[in-house]
Design a protein around this ligand. Structure first.
Ligand SMILES: Cc1cc2nc3c(=O)[nH]c(=O)nc-3n(C[C@H](O)[C@H](O)[C@H](O)COP(=O)(O)O)c2cc1C
Length: 450
């Protein structure tokens, strides 16, 4: 398959309403996110190519991941098949393949030539600490095992050749960086910007430490990810990517980084964080820069999609009859989780809810419903709460459990009160719901209505 971002843009060009191309010059400071947000509010939620961005010669792509339909398109399936397809392919890991050359290295800026201001790095929100690279996948190697680890981390632009980086305490990158600290060695890193959506999704997959996310990318793609050796660090990067930033992180130096508009649509606070010293940038001759609209729908759905797979697989051990999981954007695709189960025993839904809490510390509310409720529809969930829930018996609180430090309600850093809601019907029987006999056979076109 075409493993590039531009290949996927071609797919989008053939889908009505999925890609908007803007030729007028636009400003990377607030204007780009402003245009996208306004379009979404006018029901024009497309991916965007901005061909002319003030201050840079590179075109910019954004908002690729802001719809489940587009994410499904990347997998080559319909939206309804997204969760099941992702879960299945994620487990079919394939080792990557080294190739001798790649278009991502057509151009090399090294040493003094490096200048991050050549890239159209976006400032998304009013109080962000500055421009942030939000569409980068960073790869590093565990210094003890040599196994690669990849993930997305925000990168604040700090001058010509320095980037702030934030590794959350729960991330594998934080754990690996800790090993470099103990060894008193700088950590070599490479940041890929602009790749096929499946590259991003695979690198965000929740696999255990010691599993190379590039293999998950291969599983999602159905073929090995093609890699080239980076030019100045001992790491491998996707051959068909648009841009790669190579550098290293001094384990002993930190600087102020942030604030930053987070997936909660609330600012994350300024903090002390390490710095990537950029050694080289490689890119295609006609490279696209890829932005991920942070603090917005795109970041919510991109990070949320692999989480659904992880939660499903863990809950399935506790409750084999789980049907599907969904976390809606209204809950940041992290904090509110809907579970559909085919309940066999009373109490089973509550166990499944506890399994979600144990699996994903970010989740704050879990609503379990029967398999006849459409968990992708907030109204259907509210109807289940209205009609089927007995709050006295089936709502429980877990005060001050481990939550997300980015949860605006967190106390003492990350403690969050969780609520489990079992809105399944009792197995002993339930009031019959209304039905209209013969509705399936009614043909509205025969009545001249449709
Ligand atoms: C757009 C976006 C930005 C993210 N920014 C960060 C970040 O700055 N720091 C972080 O630790 N995780 C961030 N994440 C989440 C991590 O990428 C994700 O948890 C990943 O699985 C971490 O990989 P690791 O555990 O292998 O290090 C971000 C996710 C997305 C989608």
């Amino acid at each position: 398959m075409d493993q590039s971002l531009r290949g996927f843009l071609n797919t989008l060009k053939n889908e009505s309403g999925e890609l908007i191309i803007v030729d007028r010059e636009v400003n990377p400071v607030f204007e780009i996110p402003g245009i996208i947000e306004k379009c979404i509010s006018h029901d024009k939620n497309a991916a965007f190519i901005f061909n002319k961005v003030t201050g840079s010669s590179l075109p910019l792509v954004s908002n690729i991941f802001a719809s489940r339909k587009r994410i499904a398109l990347a997998l080559g399936v319909k939206e309804e098949e997204l969760n099941a397809t992702f879960r299945m392919r994620e487990d079919k890991r394939l080792k990557p393949e080294m190739v001798s050359s790649g278009s991502v290295q057509e151009v090399l800026w090294e040493g003094e030539e490096v200048d991050l201001s050549m890239l159209p790095i976006v400032t998304h929100h009013e109080k962000d600490g500055g421009p942030y690279i939000t569409g980068g996948v960073m790869v590093m190697k565990d210094p003890e095992t040599g196994i690669r680890n990849a993930g997305m981390y925000r990168h604040q632009q700090k001058g010509k050749n320095r980037l702030g980086v934030h590794f959350a305490e729960v991330s594998h990158s934080h754990y690996i960086f800790g090993k470099y600290k103990k060894l008193k060695r700088p950590m070599p890193v490479a940041i890929t910007i602009g790749a096929h959506p499946l590259f991003y999704l695979g690198c965000l997959s929740f696999v255990p430490i010691g599993i190379d996310e590039y293999e998950v990318v291969g599983g999602l793609m159905g073929e090995p990810l093609r890699l080239v050796k980076a030019k100045t660090v001992d790491l491998e990067v996707p051959a068909e990517a648009e841009i790669v930033i190579e550098g290293e992180i001094d384990p002993y130096y930190e600087e102020r980084e942030g604030p930053f508009g987070e997936f909660t649509r609330v600012y994350g606070r300024e903090m002390m964080n390490p710095i990537v010293s950029v050694k080289a940038i490689t890119l295609r001759r006609d490279a696209y820069y890829q932005d991920v609209f942070s603090g917005a729908l795109e970041q919510q759905l991109l990070g949320g999609t692999p989480r659904l797979s992880y939660i499903y697989k863990m809950v399935r051990t506790a409750c084999p009859t789980i049907c599907d999981v969904y976390m809606p954007p209204s809950g940041n695709c992290r904090f509110i989780c809907y579970l559909a189960i085919t309940k066999r025993l009373e109490g089973e839904a509550k166990n499944a809810i506890c399994a979600v809490f144990a699996t994903d510390p970010f989740v704050k509310y879990v609503v379990a419903v029967d398999d006849d409720v459409n968990i992708f529809d907030n109204d259907a969930i509210l109807r289940a709460l209205a009609n089927r829930l007995v709050p006295k018996d089936n709502v429980f609180l877990v005060p001050e459990a481990k939550g997300s430090p980015l949860d605006p309600t967190a106390v003492k850093g990350f403690l969050v009160t969780k609520i489990g809601i079992d809105a399944t019907k009792p197995l002993s029987g339930f009031r019959e719901e209304v039905g209209i006999p013969g509705i399936e056979e009614i043909d509205l076109s025969l009545l001249g209505i449709l």
